[in-house]
Design a protein around this ligand. Structure first.
Ligand code: PEP
Length: 271
């Protein structure tokens, strides 16, 4: 049984006061709505600057804190970088790796992503590895091939045990921040394909345990339909995660996620 995982990606948004007031509001909403932490994992992936403050507010509230990138070396002459070791030091639980915006604007390669995935796992940080195709690649019918190549290169040297801990986010580039969501059929087709590629490399037992998220203009009005797809286990949410009122609606996409006895201590992801 794969546990749903809804993660927000704030990208480069907010200042400290907005970040902490959002965190207070989301914490209250999660409590008020009675979100059952045994049924859904929640994370906010925020700019580095806010991570420590978010950790304090979200502590024991069932909301994980994530970064949006990391460096695979522990330390050294890498000006401006933050390592997995440093994120672990402040107990960051997850980290986006290989987001298409980083691949595009920062020249991040799949080879580097593979090193980042391994570094994250070494420091007990859950990697959210992003893969996806451009509109041209989809329109030319190469989307499956493109995603397979990106996925396998980004998993170079990643073992089966590490794969189980890795979340894969399928994010078609043409759906990110455009308001244009992939159809549920397109999203399911690719999620199932990603699982089959993982199964080919690591075996079905591993593939069946990997959490696959969909990302690309997810909002409260389309989350339910996406989550009903067999191979979609979660969502990576950009724009719609910036408003806590909208984000909580996404988190409780299924009435079953709400319980009467509110649990303050979350954790076990592996059920
Ligand atoms: C993202 O940033 O990963 C993303 C999917 O953005 P949006 O939800 O805004 O399309």
């Amino acid at each position: 049984m794969r546990k749903p995982f809804i993660a927000g990606n704030w990208k480069m948004n907010k200042v400290v006061e907005q970040a902490t007031s959002y965190a207070d509001t989301l914490t209250e909403l999660v409590k008020k709505e009675g979100i059952d932490h045994d049924k859904v994992d929640i994370a906010i992936c925020a700019p580095y600057l806010f991570l420590s403050a978010l950790k304090v507010i979200f502590l024991l509230r069932g909301i994980d804190v994530g970064a949006q990138n990391l460096h695979y070396e522990d330390e050294g002459a890498f000006t401006g970088e933050i390592s997995a070791k440093m994120l672990h030091d402040i107990r960051v639980e997850c980290c986006i790796i290989g987001h298409s915006e980083r691949r595009k604007y920062n020249g991040e390669t799949s080879e580097e992503c593979a090193k980042k995935v391994k570094a994250a796992i070494m420091y007990d940080i859950r990697p959210i590895l992003c893969v996806g195709e451009t509109l041209e690649e989809r329109e030319s019918g190469n989307h499956l091939e493109v995603v397979k190549k990106m996925l396998l290169e980004s998993l170079h040297n990643v073992t089966g045990a590490e794969m189980v801990k890795t979340v894969v986010a399928y994010e078609p580039l043409w759906a990110i921040g455009t308001g244009k969501t992939a159809t549920t059929e397109q999203a399911q087709e690719m999620a199932a394909y990603i699982r089959s590629v993982i199964a080919e490399k690591y075996g079905k037992d591993v593939a069946d345990r990997v959490i696959i998220q969909y990302g690309g203009s997810v909002k409260s009005s389309n989350i339910k339909e996406l989550m009903e797809q067999e191979d979609i286990d979660g969502a990576l949410v950009g724009g719609a995660s910036l408003d806590p009122e909208e984000f909580i609606k996404i988190i409780k996409y299924d009435p079953d996620i709400v319980c009467k006895n509110v649990k303050m201590i979350p954790i076990n992801r592996n059920k």
